[in-house]
Design a protein around this ligand. Structure first.
Ligand code: PXL
Length: 280
């Protein structure tokens, strides 16, 4: 039985359906043993709430990892999302090196920007510090804004295939292996994901829902990692994660009071059903 043990490192936003409160249930639903290393605890996420609390857990992280090492705990996969500080990026690199099982895979969602802007706590030194972690990972999941920041390309709202090709070329030249580039829109009514896998580039185009939603990047990345660890290839995992995310957004439409996240829980049965067709 394939029962991967995954470690996911990201913040706990107590309210907001993102980062660990999305990754943990989604990875569990995908059949993975899910261990967590919280990078920070916030009362809410930072996208639209004001006055949120922020407890940086950088100081705790090396001690937690050292305890695991002493106990002989190691992981089949490490998946990182929103990190709270530049120092944490270095700590995460040490964890990658020390706590992975021999064939372990690393997944990095840079989780630092969207729609052309950095999230409120980040700056360019953070972007530069992210580069070695990002380009050294087995699988990376940037959105277009993050891909531009990490390749020193200007962010554009409208573009053609040549622009995206340049970004992908730069990512590959910098060392990226499997790339899942999300939110690539060539036509107003659709969006899609580009998957670079074994040197091949493929595009999965799907329905675009006008309403922008917080947390969809985390929901997407978690579903992708869950499917990939279940044995699906990158392209099939990217498709399933896209369908799951679209369903989550659709299930949230019409409820204006739910502006801060997507109701991904209501789409979990669909994810589980799709994954059930895979060999365990
Ligand atoms: O969804 C990404 C994310 C994760 N964690 C925190 C955030 C955000 C996006 O704004 O603020 C704390």
């Amino acid at each position: 039985m394939n029962y991967p043990k995954v470690l996911t490192i990201q913040d706990i936003s107590c309210v907001g359906q993102c980062s660990l409160t999305a990754a943990l249930p989604i990875l569990s639903a995908a059949g993975a043993e899910t261990c967590i290393l919280p990078s920070a605890v916030l009362s809410t996420h930072t996208g639209g709430f004001t006055g949120f609390t922020f407890r940086d857990l950088t100081e705790d992280m090396p001690a937690i990892a050292a305890h695991w090492k002493k106990e002989g705990i190691a992981f089949d996969a490490v998946y990182t999302g929103y990190l709270g500080s530049i120092r944490q990026i270095g700590i995460v690199q040490e964890i990658f090196a020390e706590l992975r099982r021999p064939d372990a895979k690393t997944f990095v969602d840079p989780a630092m920007a969207d729609n052309g802007v950095l999230y409120s706590i980040f700056d360019m030194p953070y972007v530069n510090a992210m580069k070695p972690l990002f380009f050294g990972a087995d699988v990376v999941l940037p959105n277009l804004t993050e891909a531009c920041l990490l390749t020193d390309m200007p962010y554009r709202e409208t573009y053609d295939e040549a622009y995206i090709t340049e970004i992908l070329d730069r990512m590959e030249a910098a060392g990226a292996k499997t790339i899942i580039l999300t939110g690539i829109t060539y036509k107003p009514e659709t969006t899609g994901v580009i998957v670079v896998e074994d040197g091949k580039r493929r595009y999965y185009e799907h329905k675009r829902i006008e309403r922008g939603c917080h947390g969809t990047g985390d929901v997407y990345a978690s579903a992708f990692v869950g499917a990939y660890l279940r044995g699906m290839n990158a392209f099939e995992s990217a498709k399933l994660a896209a369908d799951f995310t679209v369903r989550s957004i659709e299930n949230t439409l019409g409820d204006e009071s739910h502006w801060y996240g997507v109701k991904f829980e209501t789409a979990l049965p669909m994810l589980i059903e799709a994954l059930a067709k895979q060999e365990l």
